[in-house]
Design a protein around this ligand. Sequence first.
Ligand code: ZN
Length: 553
Amino acid sequence: MRISSLLARVVPVWVPLLVCGVAPASAAEPTFSADRVRAHVAFLADDLLEGRDTGSRGHEIAARYVANQFAGFGLKPGGENGSWYQRITFQQTNRGGDPGAITIGGDGAEQRYPHGGDVLIGLNGREPKQDVAAALVFVGYGIENARFKLDDYRGLDVKGKIVVVLRGFPKGLPSEEGAHLGAVKAEVAEKHGAIGMLAIGTLLSEKTRPWKMTLQYAGDPDFSWVGTDGVVFSEAPGIRAAGLLHGPAAEAVFAGSGHTLAEVRKEADKHLGVPRGFALKTRARIQIESTSERVTSPNVVAILPGSDPKLAAQYVVLSAHLDHLGIKHVANDDKADDDHIYNGALDNAAGVATLLEVARAAAAAPDKPRRSIVFLASTGEEKGLLGADYYARHPTVPIGQIAGNVDLDMPLLLYPFSDVIAFGANHSTFGKLVADAVAPMKLTLSPDPMPEQGVFTRSDHYMFVKQGVPAVFFVTGYANGGEKAWNEFFSKAYHSPKDDMSQKIDWDAGARFVEANYRVTRAMADSDSPPEWIEGDFFGDTFAPKAARAPRQ
Ligand SMILES: [Zn+2]
C-alpha cells in the first residue's frame, strides 16, 4: 500500500537556469534558442491540453507532441515494441461512501475514531474492503540501519501485529539519508512480520506538518502503477493497512503501557533521541472501503545511439516529467470565471522543453555523443514519481547498462541565474562533472541551500538511485535574485493555475538552461569513465554495493 501518500507526501521538484547566449566555442557547436523553448512551453501549457493529467487526453496529446519532436530530430524510438511509448496501467483507488475508522482500545474500553477527524487511513489498492485487527507494538521510529546504529525492532515481536511508529527520523541524522530511512518503514515492518502500521507525529513533525494541513489530503485517492501481472504495485504488500494518528487517538494507543505519548515525544525531541520500543496493551482495528478504476498513460522514450563502439552499450538518461495536475476541482467559493486549468508551464512544460532542445542539439551535433542517450518524458510524477519508478523497474534498456541520470523538473526560468544546484551531487562524481561542465558558461555549482528538505529523495531521479544508478536533479541557484524568485513561486504559483504563460518567463534564461543541460549531458555521455558513487557513500552502499567507487576528494 502507498503509505507514503499520507505519511510523507511526495513533493515534486524543479530546476531553473538562465542567462544570455555565450558565444559558441566553435562554429560546430550547437546554438540554443529562446524562441524554440518558448514554442514548446506555449504548446504544452496551452489550455487545450487541460493540465496534462496522467491518463487524460491532454497528456496523450502532449505525449504525441514529444514523440513527434523526437522523430523529427532523427532519434530512435526507445519505448516498447519499437514504439516511442512505454504504456503503463495505473489504478486510482477512491474512498468509498463510508469514510472508515480506526478503533483503538484495551481491556473493556475502546474508542472508534472516524477517518478525517483524529485519524487518517491509507488506501490499499489490493483490498477494496480492508478490515485488519491486531495487537499494537510501539517500535520507536521503526528504523533499522547498521551505519547509524539504529535497531528499533531489537527484542520486539511484531509478527501478525500492527506497529506504531513515530514519523520522520532521529534529529541530527543527515537529512537525505534520514528521508530515505523514513520512507522505507513499511518495508522494514513487513520484513519483521507486521501486518499494519500506524504513525504518530513527533513534536517536530507536528510543527512542520500541522495536522490541519495533513487533513487537506483526507479525500485524496491513491494512485499506483499496475504490474504486468495485473496486480497493483506495493513496496510492502504485507502491510495491509496503515494510518496516521493524532491527538487523543495517538494518546490512546499507550493506555495501560506505563508510558505516555508525551514521554515518547520528549525523548524523540532530543538530539539523536531514539525512543525504545515496547509491546502495548492496546489493539487496533482498521476498517476502510474503496472503489477503483484503471487508466493507462505512457512514458515517452527516445534513444540517440552512441558513437563510440566501446561505450555505446552504456546509456545515460535525461528525464523530465510531462504530466501535471489536470483541471482543478471546482470549489463552492470559486467564481465562474476563475482559472481552473493547471497549465504547469514551469512544472514541467519548461523541463520537457529543455529535454527536447537538448535532444535536438545532441542529435545534430557534428561530434556525436560517445555513450547512448535515453530521453525520457515520464508520466505520473505528480501522482508520486510513478512513471519514473515504473521505467527504472522496467527499463527499455538493461538497467546494468544505465550509467547515470539527470532529471529536469520545474526549471524556474524567472531570473538570470548565475549558479546552479545539483541535488545529490555530493554522493557521486556528478558533483565534479556538473561543476566542470557549466564552468565555461560562468556558472558555479552551489551546495544544496535547503538540506532540511531532503530534496534528493523527492523527484524522479531518485527512482534511478534506488536501482543503483548515480543521479542528480538540477535547479537554478539562489544567487542573483534566485532565492526571492523561488520563494515567490512557491507561495504564489506552485501547483496552482497561476503557473501558466502569463508569468514573466525569461526565455533567454530558458535557452541558457538548455545549454547548461546540454553540456552536462555531453559530459555524462562523453567522459572516459561513467559517473561513479563516492567511496563509502550511503546511497551507493545501499543501492549499488558492487558498483565501482570513486575516492572521496
Ligand atoms: Zn509538480
